[in-house]
Design a protein around this ligand. Structure first.
Ligand SMILES: [Fe+2]
Length: 196
């Protein structure tokens, strides 16, 4: 007969209790009150806005990786590296935005299917495209993000959510503006070898 502790056979105590299921502890869309001296209305508005920025940032991030992989042509090496650098920077923004949503008592979007349902960045084709088209697509996505981030930053200030305003301005807007600069210069038609 095996020894038991609290009626569980000793041999069974090391068995992982997997395949557990239970109800969610917070439904998506619900914002729980956090003790951060912000009104529930302000927190709810910021959570909703940040989830939109999150979906669009995840999409832009993934667009960079698509173009990093599918690149072709004489600028392959420099753009392969640049696209990956921007991907990493957008990836850091994704984490900062998602964590801000949780700090505010909300639930951040996480999975690809949910991101796809929410983003307003146009879906690219699955196939490969020429460099000027890839860059134009990225610039358009950046501009969508910048436009919404600026308007959401103003809303955050008006509702007293300075932390969200700071994330939008100091991190999201500044990073996107800088990346636009680096990309846009690749679409300036200057001679490579012989001056005009
Ligand atoms: Fe890579």
């Amino acid at each position: 007969m095996s020894k038991t502790r609290n009626a569980v056979p000793v041999a069974d105590r090391a068995r992982p209790i997997d395949r557990q299921k239970a109800r969610e502890i917070q439904a998506f869309g619900r914002v729980v009150h956090m003790p951060i001296a912000l009104s529930e209305t302000a927190a709810r508005q910021s959570v909703e806005n940040l989830n939109q920025v999150l979906a669009d940032t995840v999409t832009l991030r993934d667009l960079y990786k698509k173009h990093h992989w599918q690149l072709a042509g004489p600028t392959f090496y420099q753009l392969h590296l640049l696209f990956d650098k921007h991907y990493e920077e957008q990836n850091e923004l994704v984490d900062a935005i998602a964590e801000r949503i949780q700090m505010l008592g909300g639930i951040s979007l996480a999975m690809a299917a949910d991101v796809a349902e929410t983003t307003i960045v146009p879906r690219p084709p699955k196939g490969r495209e020429e460099v000027p088209v890839q860059i134009s697509r990225l610039l358009h996505a950046h501009e969508i993000l910048l436009e919404e981030a600026r308007s959401m930053a103003r809303q955050a200030t008006e509702s007293g959510d300075d932390g969200t305003n700071d994330l939008l301005v100091s991190d999201i807007i500044r990073t996107n503006e800088k990346q636009v600069w680096f990309l846009a210069q690749h679409l300036v038609d200057v001679p490579l070898v012989k001056a005009d």
